[in-house]
Ligand binder design. Structure first.
Ligand code: CO
Length: 291
């Protein structure tokens, strides 16, 4: 990795960490989701960075991929376990970081994913396998009485690429990829009071373009025009700001121009916490860009 790229990763990380920390302070009982999401997303542009994906705001049993819908009327309630997952980029070099805000009495659940992340980061160095990171994560979460979410993982990052190898499991697996100097990836443990597996809900707010093939319907063309500068990175229904997105976006998914990211949830009534940092592997350890 050359100095210029390294610098962009670190700068993206610094900005993401600052905005996430400040954004978390905005989360209070009675505050609208939409206000928090819009404030945080506009801070990213003010800092001169781009959004790598819409701010993920997922509550309680929802682990990932929710965000405010257009005109969202939901407000934070007492007892909510609130996950904020922010991805920003500078020239495509991504910082991906997440934290959990507890509006109830679930501080141990929040600590579980946080401690798991710290334990995994302490193990990162060239020659270590991703399975070892997963073991550390699983141990910290289970020793606090929760389950790690086994079908959500950390992921490698590249320029304008939000998910690539290596995959960082949240449970111990045998072997797996061996870490090398210069790898860039996000580690993101999820701790849950539920089953330890997430399933897709029908709610879909986040999409990305997967094919450049032409679209005949004018409403579909209008959507693609709006997201042309995304370079395949995810966008939200809220950003498109066109009429009938609830019909047009699913139609574009059916014709395989877009893919949808359904909300991912553990069982109803369960609670999920998340913590995430982006790291770069160095000769003898790692740098946490979002630390
Ligand atoms: Co991530």
């Amino acid at each position: 990795m050359n100095d210029d790229i390294f610098h962009k990763y670190c700068e993206a990380g610094r900005i993401a960490a600052k905005i996430l920390r400040e954004g978390a302070e905005e989360i209070r009982i009675g505050t609208p989701y939409l206000a928090v999401v819009e404030t945080i997303e506009s801070r990213v542009t003010e800092e001169g960075a781009g959004l790598a994906f819409p701010l993920n705001l997922s509550i309680n049993e929802d682990a990932a991929h929710d965000t405010a819908s257009p005109g969202d009327s939901r407000i934070f309630a007492k007892g909510d376990v609130v996950k904020l997952d922010l991805g920003i980029h500078i020239d495509g070099y991504i910082a991906d970081t997440a934290m959990t805000v507890d509006l109830g009495t679930n501080s141990l659940l929040v600590e579980a994913s946080r401690a798991a992340l710290d334990a995994a980061i302490r193990r990162v160095r060239p020659g270590v396998s991703v399975g070892d990171l997963g073991s550390a994560i699983q141990y910290e979460i289970e020793s606090r009485g929760y389950r790690p979410v086994s079908n959500l993982t950390g992921h490698g990052l590249g320029q304008y690429v939000q998910h690539r190898s290596p995959t960082i499991p949240n449970v111990g697996i045998k072997g797996g990829m061996v870490l090398e100097e210069g790898m860039v990836f996000a580690i993101e443990p999820f701790a849950t009071t539920g089953s330890g597996r997430v399933m897709e809900k029908t709610r879909r707010e986040i999409y990305s373009q997967i094919s450049p093939k032409p679209v005949r319907i004018p409403a579909g063309r209008a959507v693609l025009e709006k997201i042309r500068d995304r370079r395949g990175l995810p966008f939200s229904r809220r950003w498109v700001n066109e009429k009938k997105t609830d019909i047009v976006l699913p139609a574009l998914v059916r014709s395989q121009v877009l893919r949808a990211y359904p909300v991912l949830s553990d069982i109803p009534g369960s609670l999920v916490s998340q913590a995430e940092h982006t790291i770069i592997v160095t000769t003898d350890g790692c740098i946490v860009t979002t630390g």
